[in-house]
Unconditional design. Structure first.
Length: 597
């Protein structure tokens, strides 16, 4: 392996036939040569490393070949071809416009254009990264392009065709180069490996091809790098370590956990991946792609779009059978949304964690609700009923059971009011979750206002709720406080949080603002942040009320302008849905004379 030659150079194609992955295009070029229909200017556009310059060189060599083969390929034997192959031909001039983009560079080139070739018929001028030419250089080049000498052919290459001015474009024959498919890349790498005596695993070459993203030059350079790293034995494990690619096993593990609605497992896996040094965004976009791949694998027709080795494709097909289409659509949407929000998010880890939690909630356990709500709004926020049905372990871990609040499924659009309701014994007694019963209850209670909330918890708790009849024995005053005191209390609360890192981080992101003597507002950036604060509103409020000695403190949470993601249901709509699931609710509501505000 010591004498390993850089593959991109050693295996650079010398004929159109050996160019990988651009068959249609090379055939057209060969036909043009065969029919002697050569243009004076060509534009080769396409991503980097897909063969633009290589094809331009082969083209220049072929049209100058003194003894072309029957299939119109260069002979690679005549004097001209040999000169080309030894890079000493005077018939080819290359200008890299990325580094030589001034008027003088172009003038030098134009001066040479007038001189006819000594051997062969054509002089070929390749201008690489032509979009980098300065405006002045473009202009002076334009004149030559309009009236070129008969022996001059220009091949302009660019990765950004849209930056080429129309006057140039209209004078060129345009050839669009494709990204090279993973299949073609793998086949070529295998060819190189066989010739170099390198041992490979198909999945390893697949990962290299994926990483190269359609560019053969990159693929070969990664290949070389891996050969020297592995001493000539390219295994899947070696490649993912070398390229810092996340093992697909993790995606399989994650999707298994998500399908089992196992939040704890998901968060542990995420933690493991983060500890391996992967970025959150890399992970979430990987999850997105994974679900996309599963969707593609559900149908044998589209499974062909899935460019991986046979063994892993089988695993995907098997896993895809476990997922409903609806689940996959929703999962892709949730992970994609997280991916989009990632850059703007101040608490990136929380964002990814919440996405995983929401993914877990997509899988309803048997006997759960019909899923009517989910159809209406595929990305539903974390709602009280879902949390309770799923026994979300995060919630269970929270030590402060006294005040974990239940919460309405997305009350009125972007604003949600959380207020004290000591004066409303009915709502008060109903708002506690079963978990709270285990904990010693203080009589001071806090609840979310509005029917949506209290009824939401009712539906989840069933009938055995013990009514809380007695008056509150623990009284909090109506002390007036300043915004500064409020902010301090808010920070104090956040500071003492130990296990609830997510809440701690969310709270330290935002500072509350007073709207009136007892009402304060928290303006958050995302629906997820709002959700998280809402979920913990009761414990936050209990603390603030006690600390500031004012039982009327109320919190509203608002998503900053322009950040609202979805319009949620009105409280009437929520109530109607609940009644459908639990008709006794209507009776209860009538008996107590409850009304939606
Ligand atoms: Zn030749």
């Amino acid at each position: 392996m010591d004498t390993f030659v850089v593959s991109a150079r050693k295996y650079r194609p010398s004929t159109f036939r050996s160019v990988v992955g651009q068959e249609a295009l090379t055939t057209t070029l060969k036909n043009a040569i065969a029919g002697n229909k050569l243009a004076h200017a060509y534009l080769f556009s396409g991503p980097r490393g897909v063969g633009k310059t290589t094809c331009a060189r082969i083209f220049a060599k072929t049209i100058n070949c003194l003894n072309p083969a029957a299939d119109h390929e260069a002979c690679n034997e005549c004097e001209s071809c040999v000169a080309f192959n030894e890079q000493r031909s005077y018939n080819i001039h290359e200008l890299d416009a990325a580094s030589n983009n001034g008027v003088d560079d172009i003038r030098n080139l134009i001066d040479q254009v007038r001189v006819p070739p000594q051997i062969g018929k054509y002089k070929v001028y390749i201008i690489d990264e032509v979009h980098m030419l300065s405006q002045a250089a473009f202009n002076s080049f334009l004149k030559t392009l309009e009236e070129p000498p008969a022996h001059a052919i220009f091949i302009l290459a660019t990765t950004e065709k849209q930056k080429i001015i129309p006057t140039i474009l209209s004078r060129c024959q345009v050839y669009d180069f494709n990204r090279i498919t993973i299949h073609d890349t793998v086949a070529h790498l295998q060819y190189v490996a066989d010739h170099e005596g390198v041992k490979t695993e198909p999945e390893a070459l697949n990962i290299i091809a994926q990483k190269a993203d359609g560019g053969m030059r990159d693929a070969l350079s990664i290949f070389d790098q891996t050969v020297s790293y592995t001493g000539g034995n390219i295994t899947y494990q070696a490649v993912i370590e070398n390229l810092n690619v996340l093992d697909y096993e993790y995606y399989f593990k994650l999707s298994d956990a998500i399908l089992n609605a196992n939040v704890t497992e998901c968060l542990l896996i995420l933690n493991d991946i983060l500890n391996r040094g992967f970025e959150g965004q890399y992970i979430i976009s990987g999850i997105s792609n994974h679900f996309r791949d599963l969707l593609v694998c559900k149908d044998p027709a589209t499974a062909q779009l899935f460019q991986v080795g046979a063994s892993i494709r089988e695993r995907y097909i098997t896993m895809a059978k476990k997922c409903s289409n609806e689940f996959l659509y929703n999962a892709i949407e949730i992970s994609n949304e997280c991916d989009l929000n990632y850059r703007l998010s101040k608490n990136k880890r929380l964002l990814v964690e919440l996405a995983l939690i929401r993914l877990c909630q997509l899988q309803k356990p048997e006997g759960a609700s019909s899923g009517k709500t989910e159809k209406k709004s595929p990305i539903e926020p974390i709602t009280a009923k879902e949390r309770i049905t799923h026994k979300n372990p995060i919630q269970e871990k929270i030590p402060d059971k006294e005040s974990v609040s239940s919460q309405t499924p997305a009350q009125d659009s972007t604003q949600k009011t959380v207020e004290n309701s000591t004066q409303k014994p009915v709502a008060e007694s109903n708002v506690r979750k079963p978990a709270e019963k285990a904990a010693p209850l203080k009589k001071r209670t806090v609840s979310l206002s509005g029917m949506g909330v209290s009824l939401a918890s009712l539906t989840n708790k069933g009938e055995e709720e013990t009514p809380d009849t007695g008056p509150a024995t623990y009284h909090i005053g109506t002390n007036l406080f300043t915004e500064k005191e409020l902010v301090n209390a808010w920070k104090n609360y956040a500071r003492q949080l130990e296990e609830e890192k997510l809440l701690k981080n969310t709270m330290s992101l935002y500072i509350p603002k007073m709207l009136s003597e007892t009402v304060f507002e928290v303006e958050v950036n995302t629906e997820l942040n709002k959700q998280y604060l809402t979920d913990h509103a009761n414990s936050i409020l209990s603390f603030l009320r006690e600390k500031l000695d004012n039982g009327d403190i109320t919190m509203t949470i608002r998503i900053a302008e322009g950040n609202a993601i979805k319009k949620a249901l009105t409280s009437h709509e929520i109530f109607e849905e609940m009644v459908q699931k639990n008709p006794s609710l209507q009776k209860l509501s009538d008996e107590f004379g409850l009304e939606l505000s």
